[in-house]
Design a protein around this ligand. Structure first.
Ligand code: C5P
Length: 414
């Protein structure tokens, strides 16, 4: 029997993100029904939610038709979980005060099911004593919270705590509350490398690349739902994922040392954009312009972390996965790389400037195994991470038993 979510969409700019939440929840096999407050319909049309949920959307305007068709009591009871996103300051206040002067309020008061709220508001509104009071009351009443997160707000020059949790975070909480969270790598140890490396030229300059670490960090976060994960991260500006042991490094050599330190592990995913070369010698002093010719930069090759792991004599992880960032002939180059490095799988992506992958939030990947290539649709980097983790779980389960060859099953991939 499919689990049913009742999503109450509040009136905030984050309402548009709930379209993604509905799409992903349905992809994961949930039925979703939506109630929108009147304010929410100013941000996103009910038709958008109706199209994605495949169900009529109930708006805040009490209508005889809607009440006759499905009363608010039934609406609230037929769900397994009620989710409020974005939960505005006003909705939190209504819920804390037990106001039922709107469909959303009435549904929330009438439900006998668990309620999850994803607050989203201006940081000052979130930190206002009235909102703090309401949030504390709701927690005491057993209402679950996800977020808000810190970061940039929709308003210019506003930052702080108040951003709605991302759809994947809300979905993870939903699955947890409904007891259907999947932990494909439960009990396994995993090492992930992520981000760029910085290779010093002198005390103030370095060689680097545009890797943001978003994909590697998302993989570590997704795996942490079950696995014991060590993330070895180059210099990035994104936060350490929760539930992961993160080691911060700068250079390729430090990254290799940290990875070797983290062995043994069953799985290694090398998502870092490791600099292929480093300056032969790091100058002890800052290089100076002396009016003469520009100084030559002599380079030496860095250790290859992926190959070291894949060809390790004693501690080779059972699954070694590499990434291939290519700007042309993506699959062909990835196949050559798979053979050259000796790994089990290459996740290949197009990082040409037009693709927007480097630093962006979305990715289009090809899973290249020794005998197969599978191309996935463009999706959010967190979704890539979740599907990849599910795939690795399958491969580990299948390894040895001979039932699952790399690239032969596709949980949700297309
Ligand atoms: O050889 P290339 O840099 O194209 O290979 C990319 C893959 O190899 C990525 O998985 C990357 O993390 C890994 N790599 C590595 N150490 C290096 C260079 C690349 O682990 N020195």
């Amino acid at each position: 029997m499919k689990k049913r979510i009742l999503l109450i969409v509040g009136g905030g700019i984050a309402a548009y993100k709930c379209l993604e939440l509905v799409r992903r929840a349905r992809d994961r096999g949930f039925d979703v029904r939506c109630v929108m407050t009147t304010a929410a319909t100013e941000f996103v049309t009910p038709l958008s939610f109706a199209s994605l949920s495949g169900e009529p959307v109930h708006t805040d305007l009490f209508s005889l038709d809607e009440e006759t068709e499905i009363g608010h009591i039934r609406l609230s009871r037929e769900a397994d979980l009620v989710v409020v996103a974005p939960a505005t300051a006003d909705l939190l206040a209504k819920l804390a005060g037990g106001l039922a002067d709107s469909l959303a309020g009435a549904v929330l008061l009438a439900t006998d099911k668990p309620v999850l709220v994803a607050p989203a508001m201006n940081p000052r509104m979130w930190s206002h004593p009235a909102t703090r009071r309401n949030a504390a009351q709701l927690r005491a009443d057993g209402i679950a919270f996800v977020g808000p997160n810190s970061g940039e707000m929709a308003e210019q020059n506003e930052a702080g705590e108040g951003r709605m949790a991302e759809p994947h975070e809300i979905l993870a909480r939903i699955e947890e509350m409904l007891g259907v969270a999947t932990k494909p790598l439960a009990g396994h140890r995993m090492i992930v490398t992520s981000g760029p490396t910085h290779e010093p030229i002198d005390p103030v300059r370095y060689l680097a690349n545009r890797s943001s670490g978003k994909q590697g960090h998302a993989i570590a976060a997704a795996a942490a739902a079950g696995a014991d994960v060590t993330l070895v991260s180059g210099p990035v500006s994104i936060p350490d994922p929760a539930g992961v042991s993160t080691v911060h490094v700068e250079t390729a050599r430090q990254m290799l040392a940290a990875v070797e330190e983290a062995l043994p592990a069953e799985i290694a995913i090398c998502a870092a954009a490791v600099a292929d070369w480093r300056p032969t010698s790091e100058g002890g002093q800052k290089m100076k312009k002396d009016g003469g010719a520009a100084p030559g930069l002599e380079l030496v090759e860095n250790p290859d972390i992926l190959r070291t792991l894949a060809q390790h004599h004693t501690l080779r992880p059972r699954l070694v996965v590499g990434f291939a960032a290519e700007t042309e002939k993506v699959v062909a180059h990835a196949q050559a790389k798979l053979a050259r490095k000796g790994c089990d799988l290459i996740v290949a992506n197009d990082v040409s400037h037009e693709s927007g992958v480097m630093g962006g939030d979305r990715n289009t990947i090809h899973l290249v195994g020794s005998e197969s290539v599978e191309s996935w649709d463009e999706m959010d980097k967190h979704e890539v991470a979740e599907r990849l983790v599910a795939r690795l779980g399958n491969m580990l389960g299948g390894k040895g038993s001979g039932t699952t060859a790399p690239g032969s099953t596709a949980p949700g991939a297309s």
